[in-house]
Design a protein around this ligand. Sequence first.
Ligand code: SAH
Ligand code: SF4
Length: 389
Amino acid sequence: MSTHALSTSAASDQPATTDLAADLAAKDLVGLDREQLIEELKTRGLPKFRAGQIWHWIYHKGVTDFAEMTTLAKPLREELAQHYKIGRPEITREQWSEDGTAKWLLKFDDGNEAEAVFIPDDDRGTLCISSQVGCTLTCSFCHTGTQRLVRNLTSGEMVAQILVALDRLGGFPTAQSDRKLTNIVLMGMGEPLYNFDNVKRAMMIAMDGEGLGLSKRRITLSTSGIVPEMERCGAEIGVNLAVSLHAVTDEIRNKLVPINKKYPIKDLLDACRTYPGVNNARRITFEYVMLKGVNDSVEDARALVKLIEDIPAKINLIPFNPWPGVEYECSDDETIEKFAQVVLKAGYASPVRTPRGRDILAACGQLKSASERLRKKDRIAAIAAASAG
Ligand code: SAH
Ligand code: SF4
């Protein structure tokens, strides 16, 4: 499997905007939750069941043109088209890898851009989406952390990342038996728990059974550890949680993930212990980026498994993905393997193979590195399997 050759093509099938001014004036229905859609349509005197029909067209069928909503009378379709749009951001760049990985750079109405990445696997297809443009946090190993925050993404902009992926993957109508897009990870740019309300609304739309129909068990939100929001995340959104731990002492974690000074490891792990819905079938994923000489010793590995021993957990070792000017290097293969052995012996299956954090992060913005890491992952997974047998 080669992931080197990427074919880049400008997306050519964007809807032509004939009347830009009218398009900008039209209100986008994408991103409104059900209640909001009902309220919005009520302002035009439309009953609740119309909202249900329109919802179905937008999120089940994936239509972007009111003219296609054939369960509505023609004059109503025309009226809706005058006032609303069913938005898709402009695809500024689209890339496909030979292994089916796809990457879309999307431009929103104000010119800001965000990336979404699709990674197919044997039994799933995972879309990595962004929650912010940039990030206010400054994790020292993260490229996003060096960018100035531009802004939170709206719920519509997050949902649009899913809609674009479905458009391009042929994922509409959504009730297909062999769905290509089965999982969502909030592991792109940004700290999702700093954009809680919009993330929540976007995920509610994604999980709606009469629309996109993605199960909350197949959605994972990754946080750097915004402790006060974690409980709400479990209680109100109900998705899986991934926690960017990356270190076993506050001293090191303060340097890697500076928000640790505010919410230290002990508080973070307490919030994990009490995360709503956490149990052995529903584990917390601890992400741990492998940084040479910083956090990658066998002692660190032992301390890691000890630290989380009473939490139903998975461990996801992420080979560091370097970027220009960064002070860190990725741990060498041997060190990662030794670290992984300790984690394996403690009973955590496939610590490196457990996919999303790493595969997807790599893909988010750095696809070539992703392919290199995939190969490394495969090798380590083989070692893991061998030692298990
Ligand atoms: N802000 C959230 C989610 C986005 S980052 C968070 O921090 O969890 C998704 C994951 O990628 C996190 O575990 C993050 O620590 C990790 N990451 C960031 N930069 C990385 C890099 N250069 N190499 C490897 N992992 C990285
Ligand atoms: Fe933000 Fe996550 Fe990057 Fe930290 S690792 S700077 S929280 S995106």
